[in-house]
Design a protein around this ligand. Structure first.
Ligand code: ISE
Length: 345
């Protein structure tokens, strides 16, 4: 019989529930055997739904349990580092949702522990690398057909944020996706970074900056500009265009089919109402999440991780730290990493 990887899942909020369903219903070669969460009730409810074990709020107990071979971490961002370190204490496989940690220093601890073990055990949930649109953009850029990449113009817009959201989270929780995907698309590393506060939207009444503009320069001299709106009030809108020497590549909208007809009430519709726009971020990259977890399980079952590493999680956090430190300084700050260990080359 084929191997079935037994997974324990920590964090039973929106993405936790989604990944639990995904693994049980869609991912071959794996199942979820146990769940735990900061709030015991959400773990109990999810466990009851699938008839699996609940560890309530005992997340470390779940990690230590002998039946659990791999751990998926989908808890709140500030808990990621500690749970990853706990999983590494038991030398188990770990899939950690982005961000790997809240800052670069915490990521360095994770890297040091992996180096001690001598094996990659951690994968970070940068699911955009598994999205067909981004993958096709990368294929075209890497083919060299349209020349060398020069610039990236991107935007990341969310409808709204929950309580407790802070300006810094616009980088560590939201723009972190761009910090990973831009270096992946360009095959380049960051030189320096600057976060610019611009005119604030009328939706910015909750005490955090909105929008913020993220500027990055790479070692090869590419320039990246990302508009980050964490409360745009209209939709989950992700855009990315890479300008190359002899052409451009642009991320397609998720609705690839463009309807050209007159729906009922057409005359009274404003143009903006004609084009559907998603509001739930879990839907926008739904296929990428499926492919990502299938690829992770496949690589774990083969004994060698291939997806975004602790190093990738670290580089994104180093850039994030530089951006947060640069806010209000009007200066580009160096994105200074430690030397890349052989394990991640
Ligand atoms: C959200 O917190 C996420 O985790 C998603 O991955 C991201 O795409 C979204 O913009 C964030 O708000």
């Amino acid at each position: 019989m084929d191997k079935v990887l037994k997974i324990g899942l920590i964090g039973c909020g929106a993405i936790g529930k989604d990944h639990c369903r995904r693994i049980i219903e869609k991912v071959p070669g794996a199942t979820v055997v146990a769940v735990a969460s900061n709030t015991a009730k959400s773990a109990d409810d999810l466990a009851a739904k699938y008839g699996i074990r609940s560890f309530g709020s005992d997340c470390n107990g779940l990690i230590a349990d002998p039946e659990v071979e791999a751990v998926v971490i989908t808890s709140i961002d500030s808990t990621h580092h500690d749970y990853v370190m706990e999983v590494l204490k038991h030398e188990k496989w770990c899939f950690c949702e982005k961000p790997l940690s809240q800052n670069a220093a915490d990521c360095e601890e994770i890297i040091a522990r992996e180096l001690e073990i001598g094996k990659r055990l951690v994968q970070v949930g940068f699911m955009r690398r598994y999205d067909r649109g981004y993958a096709e953009m990368k294929r075209i850029i890497d083919s060299g057909e349209i020349g060398a990449p020069l610039l990236i113009k991107a935007c990341h817009r969310n409808v709204s944020q929950g309580p407790g959201f802070q300006t810094e989270n616009g980088i560590t929780n939201v723009a972190i996706h761009e910090l990973d995907i831009c270096r992946w698309l360009l095959g380049d590393e960051y030189e320096d970074a600057q976060c610019v506060r611009v005119r604030q939207s009328a939706n910015s009444t909750k005490g955090y900056d909105n929008p913020q503009v993220v500027l990055l320069r790479t070692k090869k001299g590419c320039f990246i500009d990302v508009e980050v709106q964490v409360a745009d009030g209209y939709g989950y809108d992700i855009q990315c265009e890479v300008v190359c020497e002899n052409g451009t590549v642009k991320l397609p909208d998720p609705y690839a089919v463009v309807r050209r007809s007159r729906p009922a009430g057409w005359d009274s519709l404003k143009p903006a109402e004609c084009m559907p726009i998603m509001t739930d971020w879990k839907e926008r990259f739904i296929e990428a999440y499926d492919i990502e977890l299938c690829a992770w399980v496949d690589s774990v079952n083969k004994g060698k991780l291939t997806g975004p590493s602790a190093w990738d999680g670290y580089v994104a956090c180093v850039a994030g730290d530089a951006l947060n430190a640069s806010r209000g300084t009007s200066q580009f700050l160096k994105v200074q990493t430690i030397e890349k260990p052989e394990l991640y080359c």
